[in-house]
Design a protein around this ligand. Structure first.
Ligand SMILES: NC(=O)c1ccc[n+]([C@@H]2O[C@H](COP(=O)([O-])OP(=O)(O)OC[C@H]3O[C@@H](n4cnc5c(N)ncnc54)[C@H](O)[C@@H]3O)[C@@H](O)[C@H]2O)c1
Length: 319
């Protein structure tokens, strides 16, 4: 089957592209290498997929370029391209609007009238904001605290609009704090590993007793593929890693995994940060047959191994 992955050079998209290739699909990867983090890191993410004979890559900007040719013949489109990051969105709303809303609308518009099996939209748990109930189910009323969450929610709604009005068969996901090898450098666990590796003090926002539901990337990828295979158009699924832990606990596990000291300092809580996150995954379990399998400890061990290899390779490259 011919499938398209947008954001294929990104953290989750690159893992998804590889998994789809391993399952025998012909994969078209789209990415425009936005400047949110380094192009070199994204090129590294893409390397394994690029070496595969059933992979083709298109350097296409979803918010500006003609999308028609690259979508020809696609049976499933996984839409992961976007501008992530909760805090930066406070300052750069125009870019968040462009990459998360305009890009999604242009993609959906191009998919109108095509014989597509499924469009999977990669949404975010940030749409819940400070949820009233934990674990939080998909039926909770979204109330994002960050402009990022607002744009991700707009993308969700657009996917629904194009399903209801134009029969683009959209299935929507809400990922919860995905981590693992290739994790984006701006995310807490990546920053903590970097600080620990360099012997620097790591700044924890707030008291660290806020909770997050961490989801190992291979589990998130599995859920994403199941959503395309078994999800009902118009439906929405939380993909959360199975347990919600405090930030302090997650950082303890990082240090234990590495067998190193992680020096910490608590700094002011950030305005866009929600206090707690915890996913009800009953719907994904029941309707998709999805089950997260990787414990935080095992997943962080994989990420730490990858992190160290990446640091060693970077150090061995001559200036
Ligand atoms: N990582 C998480 O924990 C998490 C949680 C919730 C939701 N998500 C969502 O999942 C998706 C993937 O996240 P990620 O962490 O892999 O992010 P990422 O930044 O690593 O990947 C996104 C990719 O999209 C590309 N892109 C952005 N705008 C584009 C455009 N206009 N045209 C083509 N390519 C474009 C970027 O260059 C990047 O490579 C995003 O939509 C994000 O909002 C991620």
């Amino acid at each position: 089957m011919r499938v398209v992955v947008t954001g294929a050079a990104g953290f989750i998209g690159s893992h998804l592209a590889e998994r789809l290739l391993a399952r025998g699909h012909e994969v078209v990867g789209i990415d425009s290498f936005t400047d949110y983090y380094s192009r070199a890191a994204k090129q590294r993410n893409l390397a394994a997929a690029r070496a595969h004979p059933r992979f083709t890559f298109a350097d296409v900007d979803l918010a500006a370029d003609d999308l028609s040719p690259v979508l020809d013949g696609a049976e499933v489109v996984y839409h992961l391209a976007g501008r992530p990051g909760v805090r930066a969105a406070m300052m750069q709303f125009d870019q968040y609007w462009r990459e998360n809303v305009m890009a999604t609308q242009r993609l959906l518009e191009t998919l109108k009238g095509r014989s597509l099996k499924c469009l999977v939209y990669a949404g975010s748990s940030s749409v819940y904001g400070d949820a009233e109930v934990f674990p939080t189910a998909e039926t909770a009323v979204p109330a994002p605290l960050s402009p990022y969450g607002v744009t991700k929610l707009a993308g969700e709604h657009l996917s629904y609009v194009y399903w209801k009005n134009f029969q683009v068969p959209s299935v929507r996901l809400r990922y919860f704090s995905v981590y693992g090898p290739r994790m984006r450098p701006d995310l807490m666990l990546s920053l903590a590993m970097q600080a620990m590796y360099e012997g620097r003090v790591f700044d924890v926002y707030g008291d660290g007793e806020q909770t997050r539901e961490f989801t190992y990337v291979a589990d998130a990828v599995e859920g994403t593929i199941l959503a395309a295979e078994r999800g009902a158009p118009g439906d929405l699924y939380n993909l959360g890693g199975g347990s919600s832990v405090t930030v302090n606990h997650a950082l303890d596990v990082v240090a234990e995994t590495a067998g190193m000291e992680l020096k910490r300092r608590h700094v002011e809580r950030q305005p866009a940060d929600h206090r707690n996150a915890g996913a009800s995954i009953t719907r994904a379990r029941m309707r998709l047959g999805w089950e997260p399998r990787t414990s935080l400890r095992d997943g962080l061990a994989q990420q730490w191994r990858w992190f160290q290899e990446t640091q060693k390779k970077a150090a061995s490259v001559p200036d």
